[in-house]
Design a protein around this ligand. Structure first.
Ligand code: NAD
Length: 275
């Protein structure tokens, strides 16, 4: 028996990075997966977008575990399309127990230099998109035996950071949403928690833009030069964690091992928030 055997999980941002790792890890432990991703660019975001091929790779990896997966290209900002994708996945897989609201973007500028579009797009994707995901999923959780929602925030949901005020505001907002949902949905046996990663080794940080933010002293910083600077953020002597580390925390919160844990902000941060 796997730790989430017989359950169904919806994962947004499932084409790559943390979302893909969550889909695979939950599938390895017995869950079927409803995978959602935009698979394309978002305005104001300069880092390379995920593709349909990336989502197809997630499908292959999940199926290799023996689990079933229904994958749809959807923008989490589009509430009705998201609801249709979740409803269709639930229809095919027979229910819903776990929600991983993971889709997200990053961009950077000092707070007073952000454009209105940068600010609004960030709030739309990283906060409103999480709310839309919870809204689309909740009726199915209530119709079943309850369930678990794991919202991916960040260390930026627990502290301020320079150059990403819109991201920090959205990630703090996710904590407020989680705390309110945890209270509203507790009577239905739905638990709601957030995870707060430090830097994670995904395309969101492994790109020229983020490397230059961390190493303004270098014209073309290498992965190793980025790693040196990133290590100084954590108390454990590592530059970043792996996507599977967030997936393992997600799996725990989704499983019955965490059956009485709700409204918790769980850092997976190599001690970063204690620095
Ligand atoms: N990588 C890090 O260092 C880090 C640290 C803390 C928190 N996070 C958070 O973890 C989550 C996942 O990040 P990641 O590192 O895997 O990044 P990633 O860029 O590798 O993956 C993000 C995925 O979300 C999808 N996505 C973006 N906007 C979308 C939209 N509007 N609708 C549907 N899908 C959309 C992308 O297509 C992509 O597949 C994000 O919420 C991010 O803020 C990441």
């Amino acid at each position: 028996m796997g730790r989430v055997s017989g359950k169904v999980a919806v994962v947004t941002g499932a084409a790559r990075g943390i979302g893909r790792a969550q889909a695979i890890r939950l599938a390895e432990e017995g869950a079927d997966i409803i995978a959602v991703d935009l698979c394309g660019p978002v305005d104001t975001v300069v880092t390379p977008p995920a593709s349909r091929d990336d989502l197809d790779e997630t499908v292959r990896a999940v199926e290799a575990t023996g689990a079933r997966i229904v994958a749809t290209v959807v923008d989490v900002r589009d509430g009705s399309a998201l609801r249709a994708a979740v409803d269709a996945g639930v229809g095919e897989l027979g229910g819903l127990d776990i929600v991983c609201a993971t889709a997200g973007i990053s961009s950077s500028a000092f707070a007073l230099e952000l454009t209105e579009q940068q600010w609004q797009t960030m709030i739309d994707v990283n906060l409103t998109g999480v709310w839309q995901t919870c809204k689309a999923a909740t009726p199915h959780l209530i119709a079943g035996d309850g369930g678990a929602m794991i919202l991916t925030s960040s260390i930026a949901g627990l502290r301020g950071l320079v150059g990403v005020a819109h991201y920090v505001a959205a990630k703090h907002g996710v904590v407020g949403l989680m705390r309110s949902l945890a209270k509203e949905l507790a009577p239905h046996h739905v638990r709601v928690n957030t995870v707060h990663p430090t830097n994670v080794d995904t395309p969101m940080i492994q790109n020229d833009m983020v490397r230059k933010v961390f190493r303004p002293d270098r014209e073309n910083p290498t992965r190793e030069e980025f790693a040196e600077a990133a290590t100084s953020m954590n108390i454990l002597p590592i530059p970043w964690v792996d996507p599977v580390d967030i997936a393992n925390a997600t799996l725990f919160l989704a499983s019955d091992e965490a059956r009485y844990i709700t409204a918790v902000t769980l850092p997976v941060d190599a001690g970063s928030t204690q620095r």
